[in-house]
Design a binder for this molecule. Structure first.
Ligand code: PMP
Length: 287
């Protein structure tokens, strides 16, 4: 039995090599300045889930930091090639795109650069039943104001995730001046009197693809959705909370710091949405 690991074959700047043999220059702007963006796409039974939305977001992030556009066809083919070259049914495609390698460390590039493109596939344990509720910790959002860009600079996110872990929580639940934003690597949804609330997709959050999909599923289920940031004070009065991300899918939250959400179990609306989410994965696989 092989231990979980990053894919055997990764893509780096036009080459297909084993992960250990993929080498990037120390002058790469991604390494020196985190001058790059990334994307993560779930793969179920060798089929990418919502690839168009993920690739659009990658293009938007690249555009926001000034990397010249790369064709949509290139990205789609890269995802398919990664799946074909690796022996993994369920996984997460990771794509990283940096501004490229210069000949020295300089805040502004000293010459026109070719972007560095790296992609790998790592194992994913897919949920087919709703997972057990988890605990999250309320923390102040200390990150920059362009969280809409999927930047490889994740220092703020990682510091917050470490602090949450110290408090026995799997994720922070972040806020700015009391207004809820998101997690370190997920979006949040709250249910209050049968309505679903999630913070708006502005510059303060990353508009998750799972979030977009969940909003659509909720609308199909005739659940009212409000893209509105709740205040942390309101957390005492919410009936259900769940978080979403490509790797966690729809994850019920049973506890926020010392507050038990509802009865601490997965709520009915969360369960309905999680089931609709599993159904869309089954649909993809059967297509
Ligand atoms: N917010 C942040 C900060 C994230 O890092 C992620 C996951 N990468 C998400 C939200 C969820 O995005 P998605 O549903 O596209 O995985």
């Amino acid at each position: 039995m092989k231990a979980a690991q990053v894919s055997d074959i990764v893509y780096l700047n036009g080459d297909w090599v084993t992960g250990n043999n993929a080498k990037v220059s120390v002058f790469d702007r991604g390494f020196l300045f985190a001058d790059g963006v990334y994307e993560v796409i779930p793969v179920y039974q060798r089929r990418p889930f919502l690839p168009e939305l993920h690739i659009q977001r990658l293009q938007r992030s690249a555009d926001a930091i000034g990397i010249a556009p790369i064709t949509t066809e290139f990205w789609h083919q890269l995802v398919l090639d990664l799946i074909n070259r690796n022996n993994l049914d369920d996984g997460l495609v990771y794509i990283q795109l940096t501004f490229g390698a210069d000949s020295q460390r300089s805040h502004l590039p000293t010459q026109p650069l070719t972007p560095t493109i790296y992609a790998s596939l790592s194992p994913l344990s897919v949920h087919w039943n709703t997972p057990k509720p988890v605990k999250v910790a309320v923390l102040e959002d200390i990150r920059w104001h362009r969280c809409d860009i999927k930047s490889i600079s994740l220092l703020g996110n990682i510091m917050l995730k470490r602090e949450a872990a110290k408090r026995g929580a799997i994720e922070p639940l972040l806020h700015r001046d009391g207004r809820i934003t998101e997690g370190a690597s997920c979006n949040y949804f709250m249910v209050k009197q049968g309505r679903l609330y999630t913070p708006p997709a502005d510059h303060l959050i990353l508009a998750g693809i799972t979030r977009t999909w969940v909003i659509q599923l909720a609308q199909q289920l005739a659940i009212e959705v409000h893209e509105e940031a709740l205040n942390v004070n309101e957390l005492q009065h919410v009936d259900e909370v769940f978080l979403t991300s490509s790797s966690r899918e729809v994850q019920p939250v049973g506890q926020i710091d010392d507050i038990i959400v509802g009865n601490g179990q997965c709520g009915t609306i969360t369960a309905q949405i999680a089931e609709a989410f599993h159904a869309s994965k089954r649909h993809l696989i059967q297509e």
